[in-house]
Design a protein around this ligand. Structure first.
Ligand code: MG
Length: 121
């Protein structure tokens, strides 16, 4: 199964760590974006299977980018990965078209499993 991913998060160090834990799990990180606007351009160009999207970012934030991504690249599923409280953000992001919501775990190594679970749910 093809699993090409774009990582969108404003923290370069967090993107670096995400890439390091996702790639050994067979998820190919084809692009990285630092805000929603950059993510839209990359997604249109690369047509990934999944977009891992942060919410709190300077410039265009994730909540703004999410419905635009769904419209621009309907073949790309969006999984939100955020420090936002799930009880507040999960339903709203789902309403805007996200496939899943994952609360950023303290342990970076639990991210791949959490993303898989969100996608499978
Ligand atoms: Mg952020």
């Amino acid at each position: 199964m093809s699993c090409r991913i774009i990582l969108c998060d404003d923290e370069p160090n967090y993107r670096f760590l995400l890439r390091a834990v996702l790639e050994p799990e067979g998820m190919e990180v084809v692009g990285e974006a630092g805000d929603g606007r950059e993510c839209l351009a990359l997604a249109e160009q690369l047509q990934p299977d999944y977009i891992v999207l942060d919410l709190n970012m300077p410039g265009m934030d994730g909540m703004t980018a999410l419905p635009m991504l769904r419209e621009l690249v309907p073949g790309s599923e969006v999984v939100v990965l955020s420090t936002a409280a799930p009880e507040e953000a999960a339903a709203e992001t789902k309403r805007l078209g996200a496939r899943g919501f994952v609360h950023k775990p303290a342990d970076i190594f639990s991210v791949p499993g959490a993303l898989r679970a969100a996608i499978a749910a």
